[in-house]
Design a protein around this ligand. Structure first.
Ligand code: DP6
Length: 331
């Protein structure tokens, strides 16, 4: 029998991207990625084992009441629960309730934080003690590779050399207080999933050259984080983000995640940097722009984004210290 537990797990933003899988079934990437764990964009998930023959999946949207999740959402959760049951060697069925701190449908991916929170909550509900590396592998087995990085705080690399596909924290959150001002530009669901994008990545003629270049870029990004060297970090982060989209746009068939507003924000960020502001931009598989900056630059960034008519909203976030268990269940 399990107890009722609640986990809060953060989202993360990759500075070196995971794009392309070497093993789609096991969710293993071609290249290591490096991300910054976020603080404000989190998923909160409560689980409890139930006597019913079927898992029950509930979601809470925008502070409303808990509602049964859509069939597609429930299927993803049940699939991950099946993995976790098979890992634990149990047959328990669960009631799962989840919510995100960021608006659903704001074009912000919630799978990394959601699947990390689910894995951590189920493991705790079953009273299992696990290492951070095992938590990372269990989160990854949801099929969301970026979830492998959401079980740790600070700056996280995945997979780390010599592990069975687990992430490792390379620097703690208090090493460098970087901020992420997220410009929400497109609130529609993305037309091509990351999973489909990973599958197509190798069809791009630029995929191989990118792989050759990545070890050096990863080393450079890691070392500029270590030395808190924003001027060195900024162009690397932007090159990397553009590279991901270059691969997507040159895949066969091509995938376009950018919207015209994406370019407008990229130009604004570049102009601000040329004007001496410590700021750079990155994007995941979507149109929204994560504007990475120092605390000193944050207000100027927020104000500049706020006046752009193309920006539907701004989320102010920053590096966070990772997941936690809390005593505030959703049911
Ligand atoms: C572009 O397969 O982890 O965000 O669908 O969000 O789970 P989800 O995506 P996933 O791929 C992430 C791709 C990326 C880059 C990154 O986060 O490394």
């Amino acid at each position: 029998m399990s107890r009722k537990v609640t986990a809060v797990a953060p989202s993360n933003i990759a500075l070196i991207k995971y794009w392309g899988t070497s093993d789609l079934e096991r969710t293993l990437p071609f290249n290591p990625s490096l991300s910054m764990t976020l603080r404000e964009c989190v998923s909160r998930t409560t689980v409890e084992s139930i006597a019913d023959p079927k898992d029950e999946v509930l979601v809470r949207v925008a502070g409303g009441s808990l509602q049964p999740a859509s069939p597609a959402f429930s299927a993803g959760v049940r699939n991950h629960l099946d993995h976790l049951r098979s890992w634990a060697g149990v047959k328990d069925r669960f009631r799962v309730a989840t919510e995100n701190s960021f608006p659903m449908g704001a074009g912000m991916a919630s799978s990394a934080s959601g699947f990390a929170a689910l894995a951590l909550a189920v493991v705790a509900a079953l009273d299992r003690e696990i290492s951070a590396a095992t938590a990372s592998v269990l989160a990854r087995e949801s099929g969301s590779g970026s979830a492998a990085r959401s079980v740790m705080g600070g700056y996280v690399e995945w997979p780390s050399a010599g592990t069975e596909g687990a992430a490792v924290q390379v620097l703690p959150a208090d090493h460098w207080d970087l901020r992420d001002v997220i410009a929400i530009l497109d609130t529609t669901e993305k037309s091509v999933s990351s999973r489909a994008g990973h599958k197509l990545a190798e069809t791009s003629p630029y995929f191989k050259p990118r792989q050759q270049q990545l070890p050096e870029r990863l080393t450079e990004v890691r070392s500029s984080l270590q030395s808190r060297d924003f001027a060195r970090l900024a162009p690397l982060v932007e090159e990397e983000a553009i590279d991901l989209h270059l691969i997507a746009m040159s895949s066969r068939p091509p995938i376009f995640y950018w919207r015209p507003a994406t370019l407008i924000v990229l130009e604004l960020v570049r102009a601000m940097r040329q004007g001496g502001v410590e700021v750079c931009a990155t994007m995941d598989a979507g149109a929204n722009v994560h504007v990475i900056c120092t605390p000193e630059a944050e207000m100027a960034v927020v104000e500049a984004l706020d006046v752009l008519p193309e920006v539907e909203g701004v989320i102010r976030d920053g590096v966070g210290s990772g997941p936690r268990m809390i005593d505030e269940p959703l049911f």
